[in-house]
Ligand binder design. Structure first.
Ligand code: MN
Ligand code: MN
Length: 260
């Protein structure tokens, strides 16, 4: 499927540092930058794969912003598979709602240091700590496979086990059940799933994460084309010489190629 590139400049649902709202145009500029290749590793010319772009601003009120994200994702679906650049991880819940309306419950590969299964964080049920808890409650999830985890509290562990979530650490990529990542497949990449050595520009760095190459190897093994994907939590205010934005741009190219 052709790819619709979306930018969601939203970080008001972050529990700690702001900054990810500034990431989408930076990552987009690097996808098309003269200094880097327009080709994915399989040779796909990403400039041809991306057929539409939507980087409009969002309303300031959180419920209105979520509604706008869901609506714009649904609109993007008319031209291509939505590849979304965040923004904090709270954007994923309204994206999944739009995709569920089209495809039904999704099989999801979720790369992250965190489960994002909090029932709420500081009273916010739509925090960036909670998108997958809400997505499960909204019946957006058929299978949820998380990898890169290294910050799992007992409540999230219990919630995940109750709901059949596969929770894997950063040293367990070989245990990913790829046979369950069938259509309709969605991929959500929180950049803090990578080690801060590769992706320092995040709000919640946790040493001991995946390398860029490990993430690329996982994406290479996806058994079907994703119907949607996102890359979230790039924080330009914490980045070191655009390192993390460059990683995000590379991952965006590979996801675009996998979807196309
Ligand atoms: Mn995270
Ligand atoms: Mn996350």
């Amino acid at each position: 499927m052709p790819v619709s590139l979306l930018g969601f400049p939203w970080d008001a649902s972050s529990s700690y540092a702001r900054g990810p709202a500034h990431a989408p145009p930076i990552i987009r500029s690097l996808i098309g930058a003269d200094a880097s290749s327009p080709y994915a590793l399989d040779g796909t010319d990403v400039r041809n794969a991306i057929v539409s772009e939507d980087f409009a601003a969002l309303p300031a009120e959180p419920a209105e912003a979520r509604a706008a994200i869901e609506l714009r994702t649904a609109e993007a679906l008319r031209t291509g598979a939505p590849l979304s650049l965040g923004g904090d991880h709270s954007i994923t819940c309204p994206i999944l709602r739009a995709l569920k309306s089209r495809y039904g419950p999704l099989n999801i590969l979720h790369i992250d240091a965190h489960t994002d299964l909090y029932d709420e964080f500081d009273g916010d049920r739509y925090s960036h700590a909670s998108p997958f808890a809400r997505a499960i409650e909204d019946n957006c999830v058929n299978a949820l496979i998380q990898v890169g985890l290294r910050s799992v509290g007992p409540d999230e562990r219990a919630f995940g086990e109750r709901n059949g979530v596969v929770m894997l650490g950063a040293d367990e990529t070989e245990a990913i059940p790829f046979e369950n990542l069938t259509a309709p497949l969605y991929v959500s990449i929180d950049l803090d799933g990578l080690d801060p050595a590769y992706a320092p520009g995040v709000s919640h760095p946790e040493p001991g994460g995946l390398s860029t190459r490990e993430v690329l190897s996982v994406l290479k093994r996806l058994p079907v084309a994703p119907v949607g994907a996102d890359i979230v939590e790039c924080n330009p205010e914490r980045d070191v010489g655009l390192m993390t934005a460059h990683v995000a741009a590379r991952l965006a190219k590979e996801l675009a190629a996998a979807m196309a």
